[in-house]
Design a protein around this ligand. Structure first.
Ligand SMILES: [Zn+2]
Length: 176
């Protein structure tokens, strides 16, 4: 468990302890019962309560020796702002993404390239989701971004050329 997650868990624990309302940290749904201690105590995050369904799921997955990593809890996923890109065709979406997200992604890519080899991509991923509404996923090696659009998936690949950073866009069409 890395330091970022440990800090976030400590914060979560403190907020649950003072009775702050929050969705279940594991599944992200509004399934917590108002009295904190009547919920399930997580088997993996010390002192953190999850909803009953997640408590059961944790027990099942443990029994199958296939626990879900804490990093995959809903509370650790980047918030994704709403966007209407999904309603656009790949060509229409690319026109907008190229203009609005292109400069942001290029700037992120340049900063990421300067990071040491073992750097954590998570802060970059969060920043990308925050600044690029409609982004579906982003990966660091190779650096690419995926957008769900009306007729398929738009994949953006960034690479360094002699003239600067270049973005190539490919539309993977849904089979009809
Ligand atoms: Zn839950």
């Amino acid at each position: 468990m890395n330091e970022r997650i440990e800090r976030a868990l400590a914060d979560l624990r403190a907020r649950q302890t003072i009775g702050e309302w929050m969705p279940c940290p594991r599944c992200g749904r509004d399934t917590m019962k108002p009295a904190l201690h009547t919920n399930a105590l997580s088997r993996h995050a010390d002192g953190i309560y999850v909803c009953d369904e997640c408590g059961t799921a944790e027990a099942m997955l443990d029994f199958m020796r296939n626990p879900m990593p804490i990093e995959e809890w809903a509370v650790f996923q980047a918030p994704r702002p709403e966007s209407d890109l999904k309603a656009l065709s790949g060509a229409e979406a690319w026109e907008r993404i190229g203009m609005e997200h292109g400069p942001i992604l290029i700037e992120l890519y340049k900063r990421w390239k300067r990071e040491p080899a073992n750097a954590d991509f998570t802060p970059y991923r969060w920043e990308a989701f925050k600044k690029c509404p409609g982004l579906t996923e982003i990966w660091e090696r190779p650096f690419q971004a995926r957008y769900e659009v009306a007729d398929g998936e738009l994949i953006l690949r960034l690479r360094q050329t002699d003239e600067g950073v270049e973005i190539a866009a490919d539309l993977l069409e849904h089979s009809k």
